[in-house]
Design a protein around this ligand. Sequence first.
Ligand code: NAD
Length: 259
Amino acid sequence: MVRDFTGRTVIVTGAGSGIGRATAVLLATEGAELTLVDVDEQGLAGTGDELEKASPGSRALLVTADVSREEEVAGYVRATMETFGRIDGVVNNAGIEGKHGLTEDYGTEELDRVIGVNLVGVHLGMRHTLKIMREQRRGAIVNMASLAGIRGVAQRAGYVAAKHGVIGLTRSAALEYGRFGIRVNAIAPGGVLTPLVERAMREAGGDNWRELADAAGTPMGRLGAPEDIAAPVAFLLSPEAAFINGTVLTIDGGQSTAA
Ligand code: NAD
């Protein structure tokens, strides 16, 4: 075991798939008690099964909730406090990519939906846990941004705007809460082969989506795996990262260093 989260409670949103699931499994094997949140009840149950295999007997509360709805966020936070009595870490990871298309064709309804999950969801996740962390005088938050939070991506207006916003929320909260012993950081992954990316690749490449995925090369010759993101998330939540606050950690195999 690299880190020891025994006696620590961490909330992970979007835990029913991809990066969120890999993060939940890793944190459980490192001893954390978890609240796992997702709109997809079946996905959550699948993550519950994976946890049981990877870390038999680990404590996890599974909550079906939509991170863009304030009463549901308040609900998973309340359930966490009732079950575990503390919140040491939060991973605001739930996200959707939304439709692809030119900005002129990107309707406000779609913009609201994508911003609602990816940006408002992160704000609500912080808003409802920071107060508790401030009273505890401890805590760490990791928000899932994207390379699309640092650079433009054509035909993804809502996603890019939301992910830039996530970085803004992260930096503001880091400035506000550092003095209370709370750290807030963001991760900016490049391409990670999860169901979210597979869906986008299938949309673009049809039956040849795998070739497209392999060709979307990084200097390391592959896309990322969910586990490549999970380990740095756990690091940022741990005391090893005690002086890392307001940072945006790019994890992209070197992709973004290209001219
Ligand atoms: P994924 O689709 O595999 O998992 C996302 C999970 O979020 C799903 O289980 C989904 O049901 C859940 N979710 C969606 N809307 C929700 C809502 N309103 N409330 C609660 N849960 C909701 O995707 P992933 O690739 O694991 O993505 C996780 C995060 O990483 C996202 O924020 C995504 O934008 C970000 N990200 C992914 C990549 C990548 O290449 N995969 C790159 C950069 C950033």
